[in-house]
Design a protein around this ligand. Sequence first.
Ligand code: ATP
Length: 317
Amino acid sequence: MSKNKHDRWDVAPWEALRVGPDFDLAAFDRASTPGWDGDKDDAETAMAARGAELAELQERLYAEGRAGGGRGVLCVIQGLDTAGEGGIVRHVMGLVDPQGVTIRAFGVPTEEERAHHYLWRIRNALPQPGRIGVFDRSHYEDVLVVRVDELVPEDVWRPRFDEINAFEQEITAQGFTVLKFALMVSYEEQGIRLMERLDRPDKHWKYSPGDLKTRAKWDAYQEAYADVFRRTSTDVAPWYVLPADKKWYPRLAVTEILAHTLKTLNPQWPTGDFDVAEQRRLLAATMATSTLKASLEETDPSLTEAIQQKRELLKER
Ligand code: ATP
């Protein structure tokens, strides 16, 4: 990849972070910044530069969906407490029009949800075509917390890996592009972030004494996550595992991977099912000559057809 001030990727993040057969979570450096040779300031500059492009791509996807297109993007975000899922939603999805994004968080299932298959609430939350859906936690909780806390026996949760793969295959065939992001903080960094929540009264609302119980099961969670990556990183729905000790890195990487995905999808502006010249003539008939003249002067010079017709309409006045 070529490098400039905004682009300091040595290896593209969708290659550097994608889980392959040799992925080893135990050896994964959570303070690293795979593929990126810049610092935090460079990352912020790069994200800002990518923002406008991401916003346009998202608008094109939305427009395509409005015109009957069936494609959508689903971002699944997983991570242990304090890993920064909220920051991803705020900083990455904050770059695009919120009307085109559907965010859904999955907590402990309600009584109604528990009465159904675990994928029931997931299916119900799938975004409309043209949208970017974000799952803050997801069906993966049903092979993570459910496994670690022994909420169901192993012969119930283990077959879920295959079931989840089949589900993701199915929704991909329906038109979704599924991106799965796992934010991995180190044990030490999690301790620092939890301590900060205790230190600051304005962060107490984010803390729960139960967080320490979850932290005590660190090794079991690591094992459960390692299995998730091993069993459910597929060609159609790969996992991207993001080192999350530096908060800015996963934000940057998700922005880049999402922009790359949308560029690959290459959604097109729909063409209107009306005669533009005819509509312009009818509209111009309702406008004062001075207003039409002003509109001509403000027309983007690259829109030559529009300029020509406005000139003709003005000549006829
Ligand atoms: P967070 O820790 O993300 O800030 P929170 O404490 O605000 O979350 P919620 O978002 O309401 O709480 O719920 C998250 C909790 O729900 C997590 O502890 C998660 O493990 C649990 N959870 C999610 N899905 C399931 C599931 N299928 N079965 C059991 N527990 C689940």
